[in-house]
Each structure stands twice: as C-alpha cells, then as structure tokens.
Design a protein. Sequence first.
Lengths: 84, 376
Amino acid sequence: MPTVKVSADVAINFDGQARTLLDALEQQRLQVNFHCREGYCGACRCKLLRGEIRYINEPLAFVRQGEFLPCCSIPVNDIEIEIP
Amino acid sequence: MAYTTFNRIMNDQMKEPMFFGNPVNVSRYDQQKYGIFEKLIEKQLSFFWRPEEVDVSKDRIDYQNLPDHEKHIFISNLKYQTLLDSVQGRSPNVAFLPIVSLPELETWIETWAFSETIHSRSYTHIVRNISAEPHKVFDDIMLNEKILQRAEDVTRYYDHLIDGINLYQRCGEGTHTINGNSETISLYELKRRLYLCVMSVNVLEAIRFYVSFACSFAFAERELMEGNAKIIRLIARDEALHLTGTQHMLNIMAAGDDDPDMAIIAKECEEEAYAIFRKAAEQEKDWAEFLFKDGSMIGLNKDILCQYVEYISNSRMQAIGLKAIFSTTQNPIPWINTWLVSDNVQVAPQEAEISSYLVGQIDNEVDGGDFGDFDL
C-alpha cells in the first residue's frame, strides 16, 4: 500500500479505496484545485518530489517535468508531493 | 513567401516547425509531429453539442423576476461573452491558418474556431429566449464603452499579426512602400508577433471568460437561470480544452526544439507576457466593478470576484512557466469547481440533453458464436 506524503506532517495511505490520487487527497480534506477531473485542463497540477505515479488516462494538459495531475493518476510506490 | 492552398513542394511534414515553415499540402494524420493536437481534436469532437439541445425556457420567467441590478449583471456578461466568442470564432483561422505548417495543428485550429462559433450561436439562443427584443441586446455591444475597451486589447495582437503576415506574404522581408507609406517586416518580427498573439489568446481563454462564468454559476447555485448555466458549463468545458491547446503551443515554442528563434523570443517577450496577464486581470477586476455597480448578488461581490481573478491568473501563469504575480493563494469561490467538472456535464440519461457523444464505443468484433441462437 503506497503512502502519499503531502507535507512534513501529513501522510496518507493509498489503499485502493479512492479511484485517483485527487479523490484520496480530498477524502483527507486536503484542498486541491480542480476543474475537469479528466486530465485535459491541468487545474490540479501538483509537484511530484519523490516516487512514481501511473496515469489511468494519459493527460491532455501540458505537464512539466516534476509535475503531475492527481485527477487521473495513482501512485506506483511511496510518493512525496507538494500541493501548490 | 506567398501562401498557397496546396503547397507543391514535396516536404517532410515531420520536419516542419509549427508555424512559418512550408504551407500544409496533404491533410494527413497517419504521422504526427505533435500527437497532442490530434488528441485535442478528438476530445473536442467528443464534446460536440448544439445550443438547441438545452432547454432555456424556464430562464425567461427567472429573468423577468430578477431585480434590475441582477438583470444588469446577467445581460452584461452575456454581451461580453458574445464579443469574446465573436473574436475567437474567426481570428484563429484568419491569423494562424496562413502560417501554420503542420496538418494536425492546422486541423486543431479549425476545430477550435468552429467550436467557438457554437458558443456564439448559443448566446443568440439564450438572448432570444429571455428578451422579446434580442436586437437591442446585440446592438448595444457595439455601443457599450466597457465592452469596447476590452475589445481593443483582445484584438490588438491578432490584428498586428495579421497585418504583418499580409505584408510578408505579398512582399517578403524588407522595407516596402505601401500606398505611399514605408513599412518594414522581417520573419523574426513576425514570429514575435505570433508569440505575443498566442500569449494574448491564452490569457483571453484563461482569465477573461471566468468572471462571467462565476456569475452564471452563482445564479444557478440559487436555482436561477439554470438553462443558461448548463450552456455556460458546456462552453467552459470547451474553453478549458482550448486553453490547454494554447498552453501546449506556448510551451513548445519556449522549449525551442521546434523553432530555435521561438525560444529566444519567448525569453525576450517575458516582460510583455507578464504585462498582458496583469492588464487582463486589471480589466477583469474593472469589469467586476462595473457588474456590481448597482448592487451585488447573493454569494458574489466585487471583492470576492477580484480575488478569484487573482487566483486563476496565478494558476494560469504557472501553467506556462511564469511566476505568480498576486498574493492570493486560496480559491475564494471553491464551489465553482463543481460546475467545471467534466463528468458533471453529462446529464442524467433520462434527460434530453446528451452532452458527450460517444467515440469508438461500437463493438465491431463479430464471430460465429454471435449467431448461435439464430434460426432461419
């Protein structure tokens, strides 16, 4: 079960209950910006500091190196992210 | 070099830059330099909708019952959006098609502009429904000072680029005497105008629409003007995709692999890019003030809307590698996001408005077993 470290004091377990990382973050009442939730608008862009994610649907939005879209991805291993 | 509608040079399209290479000859998509534009086309086609599919008849009663200051908010936004989509329905075609060099990008531009024409038609659909005198609403767009001020900034970069392309394609690089005036154009200058134009379009789709989107959704939160909100939701979904399109173009340009000049230009124009964003944000804040001059509406006022403008400006700037310029970090109207979710656009199956046409959903696999219980 991969853990998702959001900041120094917040870490959550991605136990497969949530469909995407965005859902998992929201279940923990963490506020992430979002619009389309489908990977084409890019509003939910977060920084991926460590670890790997996998896209359920390949995003259409432009994603810079070191960034990812939580709305259409799940963690592959333990990850550390930063919500802007 | 002159434009030709079917370039006879047998070029390798995979080696062309996005713009200012050879004009496109064969519209082929079996090979793509930038597959993303083909994906955007497919997505846009799957979003296809028609204004007439959305029932706006209840909005008429809602509108009649709105207090005057809310009527002003509603109708002014509609007029402003009409202006924006009038520009966007034609300008990408006029400005970018004569200089584009990749078939997938050419088709994306056409698909993009076409979807804007649907938005324009939807405004007439809404206005016809709420007003017995739609001509008064549309006639006022050309007389409304507040709207015309914005029109100037929305169109300036397009017009400057188009003017330069006309000169360049007729006369080539150099100084030319046109109708007694001396005019100079270089390819580098044209590329600069292109970069700034794409930047300004990016800002248009990133910020300018969202003040009126917020107002439309604020009405609908009170179960008012819901037909309108359904249409605005479909428009917002399209605009998010268009925005992704211009963000890709800007990022490809700035990377410089496509055209090294463009990377230099992106750096040279950085200050101007900030200025375009800043000015658009200021204008939208002025617009919020104009909207609420006679009174606010429940759930929204000038200050909240101005904070929202700052918030989305920051996020849009970061998306293209610029730094945030405003101190606002929190979304002051988080409820707006639910209205912008793509999934929620798909209405319940028993409703008449199907907003997302299925693509590739037909099963073509047939084998002998499928006829197992079939007798003649």
